[in-house]
Design a protein around this ligand. Structure first.
Ligand SMILES: [Zn+2]
Length: 121
């Protein structure tokens, strides 16, 4: 991988990192607001249906939240691997992951063969 490609991927990962951190911060703020709204409503109104949908949307938020956190840890891991100089090596077998694969998926940590093996377990 040449320096240009490496810089391009690093820039992408760093901006993804910034975007995901912002997204998590925003979700935390919204989460607090949703929680206080829901409990405020229950003080003077006790509709089971409303309660049910509030719980449902909170669960949905938590799933989104987990996805974002997972994406963030993937990005952090990729940046760490870059710093360690092992970014292009498959973490399972050590073979090169391949420039095309990394361009398509900058957070990939395994070569296509290992990834396929991992997924078919
Ligand atoms: Zn491999």
């Amino acid at each position: 991988m040449d320096a240009t490609t490496n810089n391009m991927l690093r820039t992408f990962l760093e901006s993804e990192h910034k975007r995901l951190v912002t997204e998590i911060e925003e979700m935390e703020i919204e989460g607090h607001e949703a929680l206080s709204e829901a409990s405020g409503e229950n003080n003077y109104r006790d509709h089971m249906a409303d309660q049910g949908s509030a719980t449902f949307s909170r669960e949905l938020d938590m799933t989104l939240d987990e996805n974002v956190r997972e994406a963030l840890s993937g990005v952090e891991n990729a940046l760490k691997r870059m710093d360690e100089g092992v970014y292009e090596a498959c973490e399972r077998c050590g073979a090169p992951i391949g420039e095309e694969r990394l361009k398509a998926m900058p957070t990939a940590t395994m070569c296509i063969t290992c990834k396929a093996a991992e997924e078919s377990r």
